[in-house]
Design a protein around this ligand. Sequence first.
Ligand code: NAP
Length: 211
Amino acid sequence: MRNINKNYSSLKSLAIMGGTFDPIHYGHLVTAEAVRYKYNIDKVLFMPAGNPPHKEYDKITHSEHRYLMGVLATATNPYFDVSRMEIDRKGVTYTIDTIKSLRQMYGEEIELYFITGADAIKEIFTWKNPEELFKLCTFVAVTRPEYYKEELIEKVKTIRNEYESKIHFLEVPALSISSTDIRNRVKNKMPIKYLVPESVENYIYKFNLYI
Ligand code: NAP
């Protein structure tokens, strides 16, 4: 029953929206749609992180919850899907393994993008095999408007010059919404209405997440 309706063979471009998504919110959804439209991308695949190397796993909400909230949030957009690839992978999950698997599955011709928060991209030289990653996909670093950009712009320049890689930078006003703020709001019994889709809001309360 997995992979129903997920024939990607005709796709020319695929964007991977990487993140912890704890929880997914409207900022993520608006960002994915903005990038899809701007770069004319055929499909956006949300990729909830499994066991990322830089995080204490037991401090993140169970991957099944994060995956299911992703499914609920993206259900009404035909261009969006959610992948179990990283949450089902055993051990520590690295982006390079994900991108390589997707290349193998969908061939050399497909154009791959990796969208994620600028904070994560700033640390990209600490990731596994960054040079190989730059060759395999185009990066889109997204930020909230109040973000301190100078350091990021410098890093993007270095990556572009040294690795001849494609890396874009996009400011998304909706990213004023943050997962950390949503978790704090739930904990403090403040409303999260209009920050997350209603289905995600209901899911959070049903399973007593973030209290
Ligand atoms: P994070 O530390 O949770 O997030 C950093 C910042 O970026 C937060 O402000 C977060 O806001 C924002 N953000 C994260 N994902 C976003 C997205 N898709 N769109 C918009 N904003 C986003 O970062 P992370 O989630 O752990 O890591 C991001 C991605 O990089 C993941 O796919 C992860 O697997 C990958 N990564 C790979 C390696 C490696 O291969 N070695 C190392 C580090 C990260 P919110 O909290 O509101 O989302």
